[in-house]
Design a protein around this ligand. Structure first.
Ligand code: DX5
Ligand code: ZN
Length: 216
C-alpha cells in the first residue's frame, strides 16, 4: 500500500491547521509541502516560517519539496523549521552531490526531484546517497494539472536503477495523481503518492485518501 502525501498547495490556506488535522485524521502519513521561489518555477508559495508553524501543528512526516534556485542557501533553515525530508531539484543547482551531503549532515532525509523532461539516468550517481527520488508527473509550479503519462516508464526505470544499485530510496510520484491513475502508478513501483487536488479539492478527505491507498 502506497504512502499518501497530500500536497498543501491545494489546501485552504485560511484554514491550514484545520486542513492538516483533517488529512492526518483521514489517514495521510506524510504532508507534502511545496516551496516555490518564482525563479525556478513561475509561482511563489511559502518559506521556512510556515514550515515551522506546520511542524507545531502535526506529527505527520514533513516532505518538503524545494522548487527553488540556490537551495544550498536555505536547506539549513528548512531543517531547523522541522522538515523531515528535504527534496531538491536535479535541474536547480550545479553541485547536487554536495547539496545531498549538506541535507544529510543536518540529520534529515535527502530527496532529489526530476522534471518531466529530465531523464532517470541523471540520478545514477546519487541514487545510493538519497532516501527519496521524486518524479514530477507535471511541469512544476501549479496544482491541478494533468498527469504526464511517460512518468510511468520513468518510475519503472527508476525502480530498476534502485534495485541494481542497492539503493534504499523510495520513489514518489508528484503531480496529477488521483483515484483514476494511482493503481497503474503503484503498479509501476511507486512508493509515495503526492496528491493535492485529489485530496484537498475532494468532498470527503477520508474517501479520497482511502481511494488512493486501495486503488481499483
Ligand atoms: C507542483 C507540485 C505538486 C502539486 C501536486 O509543482 O510540486 O506537489 O502540488 O498537485 P496536484 O496533485 O493537484 O497535481
Ligand atoms: Zn511537489
Amino acid at each position: 500500500m502506497a504512502i499518501v502525501a497530500p500536497s498543501i498547495l491545494s489546501a485552504d490556506f485560511c484554514r491550514l491547521g484545520e486542513e492538516i488535522n483533517a488529512v492526518e485524521k483521514a489517514g495521510a502519513e506524510w504532508l507534502h509541502i511545496d516551496v516555490m521561489d518564482g525563479h525556478f518555477v513561475p509561482n511563489i508559495t511559502i518559506g521556512p516560517l510556515v514550515v515551522a508553524s506546520i511542524r507545531k501543528a502535526t506529527r505527520l512526516t514533513l516532505d518538503v519539496h524545494l522548487m527553488i534556485e540556490n537551495a544550498d542557501d536555505y536547506v539549513q533553515e528548512f531543517a531547523k523549521a522541522g522538515a523531515d525530508i528535504i527534496t531538491v531539484h536535479q535541474e536547480a543547482g550545479a553541485h547536487l552531490d554536495r547539496t545531498i551531503a549538506l541535507i544529510k549532515s543536518l540529520g534529515k532525509k535527502a530527496g532529489v526531484s526530476i522534471n518531466p523532461a529530465t531523464g532517470v539516468e541523471t540520478l545514477r550517481h546519487v541514487i545510493r546517497n538519497i532516501d527519496l527520488a521524486l518524479i514530477m508527473s507535471v511541469n512544476p509550479g501549479f496544482g491541478g494539472q494533468s498527469f504526464i503519462r511517460h512518468s510511468l516508464e520513468k518510475a519503472q526505470e527508476l525502480k530498476k536503477m534502485i534495485a541494481v544499485s542497492g539503493s534504499k530510496a523510495l520513489v514518489e510520484m508528484d503531480g496529477g495523481v488521483g483515484p483514476d491513475n494511482c493503481g497503474e502508478i503503484v503498479s509501476a513501483g511507486v512508493d509515495v503518492l503526492v496528491a493535492g487536488t485529489a485530496v484537498f479539492k475532494s468532498q470527503n478527505y477520508d474517501e479520497a485518501i482511502r481511494k488512493l491507498k486501495s486503488p481499483r
